[in-house]
Design a protein. Structure first.
Length: 257
């Protein structure tokens, strides 16, 4: 389930197939129960309605979880751009040689951060993370000597700004790893299967014959795809675009934050 939810485009056909099969089993496999159900149609309608209502609530809550995580990733992208831009300005407090080096490193660092948001290959992502870690080490070591040589409040701003740059990357990394819990997906899948099976069990012969009971599997599959797409930072249609970092990079190349 964990691997499947990382690939939203697999969620759509797989979930539809499973839910359609559940509805078909309910309609064909439990045909003998239809006489009992017709005799107790009101009670069955209550059970069916309660299951569908609970499924709708769980889908809504899960969608809210995915949307919250998506918004968090967008917020941290903006925070990264602000932190890098602020430190670029504060680099002016450093000696000229160190200031020029820090600014050049920040330009390279911003390029790597943009790649982090846009790359999809896991191998390339590992290489980007390695280069990012190396640039962070170089940035910190560049300001370390001037900060120790001149431990005053102005230099503390430079150190604090660099700390924000490094921390913002860590917060972004954590946000991208923060996905909908597997347990929530299992609960959602179980409820969806039960709901579609109940729809199949309660379907009349005409609905089974014309395939009208597949409407619910289609709708649920689309909802699951949308949730998985928003929750997947790299492989979905709805992704976080590093527009703040891209605008920052343009201004840094011009020499102004």
């Amino acid at each position: 389930m964990t691997t499947l939810t990382h690939y939203p485009f697999l969620i759509l056909p797989v979930s539809f197939l499973v839910l359609w099969l559940a509805a078909w089993i309910g309609a064909i496999g439990f045909k003998a129960l239809r006489t009992v159900i017709d005799a107790q149609r009101e009670d069955f309608a209550v059970i069916q309605g309660a299951t569908l209502t609970l499924l709708a609530l769980i889908i809504g809550f899960t969608f809210s979880m995915a949307l919250t995580r998506y918004d968090q990733r967008k917020d941290y992208e903006e925070a990264e751009a602000n932190a890098i831009g602020t430190e670029y300005v504060r680099a002016a407090f450093l000696p000229q040689a160190e200031a020029e080096k820090v600014r050049a490193l920040l330009v390279s660092y911003t390029q790597e951060r943009i790649l982090f948001y846009t790359i999809h290959d896991d191998k390339e992502l590992a290489e980007i993370n390695a280069r990012t870690a190396k640039l962070q080490s170089e940035l910190w070591s560049t300001i370390r000597a001037p900060a120790l040589a001149q431990p005053h409040q102005v230099m503390a701003l430079v150190v604090s700004g660099m700390n924000d740059v490094l921390n913002s990357q860590g917060y972004t990394q954590a946000a991208w790893l923060n996905r909908i819990p597997v347990g929530a997906w299992y609960l959602l899948a179980a409820l969806a299967i039960c709901a579609t099976m109940l729809v199949g069990v309660g379907a009349h012969e005409a609905k089974v014959r014309h395939g009208l009971f597949i409407v619910l599997p289609v709708v649920i599959s689309i909802a699951l795809f949308l949730i998985a797409d928003i929750d997947s930072p790299r492989r979905g249609v709805i992704n976080v675009i590093p527009q703040n970092l891209e605008l920052l990079l343009q201004s840094l190349k011009l020499g102004a934050p």
